[in-house]
Design a protein around this ligand. Structure first.
Ligand code: SF4
Length: 263
């Protein structure tokens, strides 16, 4: 039987965002799984936030759907973690990959490491081919997705709500149960529940994406400073999956990032 489509309108999403804003993540996840049934999935890059969400959701419903994007440039530690997740939770994680033809065209035109040499526009092109396009395909057929986003991760995320309409992705519902948690709270949960995590965290990494675009950061630094570290200071540390950089209300930051205006 095909599950009925569930789309929230602005008014309902606004009411729910207010109702759930001070609720624990498990309450938010429980509501979302109940409301959207098989038409919701967790999207995770297997960072600690996503791992905490996955663990919470699995405890509520072990059949929870999970997908991740394998960009083709992930560190081996992330692949190791994926194997541990499957073993620990018995979840068949749906691994989405970029279109081979698109990747080949990009590499043929710009080289494999275009992001270092060619500039920010090209970096965003790489993120689009390797991350954003596979995400769009994964969201096709879903009415809602659950993320591990937190408000304190970066300025571009400071206004996220726990339940919101995702206008960048066709009006599906985006659920951010950890919106008001801190990094310390996430680690507390991960340790208390023995949640598996990426071995790179023990090597000084605080935010983990593709291997060539991620590096460790000093103690006390913002976690996302280790992402695309060679780009302009203060530029949004986004790839376009969670915020359409040029249309998501961050036009000024995008211009700074693209060196078209002074900050
Ligand atoms: Fe490409 Fe780096 Fe973006 Fe990964 S993070 S998709 S390697 S530019």
């Amino acid at each position: 039987m095909i599950a009925e489509q569930v789309l929230l309108d602005e008014w309902e999403a606004g009411e729910l965002a207010v109702e759930y804003d001070d609720q624990e993540p498990q309450e938010v996840i429980g509501w979302a799984l109940d409301r959207f049934g098989p038409r919701i999935a967790i999207c995770t890059a297997l960072q600690i936030d996503g791992m905490a969400i996955l663990d919470m959701a699995w405890r509520i419903d072990p059949r929870v759907r999970v997908f991740t994007v394998d960009t083709g440039r992930l560190p081996e530690q992330t692949h190791d973690l994926l194997a541990r997740v499957r073993a620990r939770y018995g979840i068949e994680v749906d691994v989405r990959q970029p279109e081979r033809v698109q990747v080949e065209k990009l590499i043929a035109a710009q080289g494999p490491d275009l992001f270092y040499k060619k500039g920010v526009r090209q970096r965003l092109q790489c993120c689009e081919v390797r991350k954003v396009n596979p995400l769009l395909k994964a969201l096709n057929g879903l009415d809602a997705w659950i993320t591990g986003l937190r408000r304190d991760q970066w300025a571009t995320r400071s206004n996220i709500r726990k339940i919101e309409i995702d206008h960048d992705h066709g009006g599906v519902t985006k659920v951010n149960p950890l919106a008001d948690w801190t990094e310390d709270e996430v680690w507390e949960y991960v340790r208390a529940h023995d949640v598996p995590y990426n071995a790179l965290y023990d090597q000084g990494y605080k935010s983990i994406g593709c291997a060539p675009c991620t590096r460790p950061v000093p103690d006390g630094a913002d976690a996302r400073q280790g992402r695309w570290w060679w780009e302009a200071a203060g530029a949004p540390k986004e790839c376009g999956m969670h915020c359409a950089i040029e249309t998501g209300g961050f036009e000024h930051e995008a211009e700074v990032l693209l060196h078209t205006v002074e900050r």
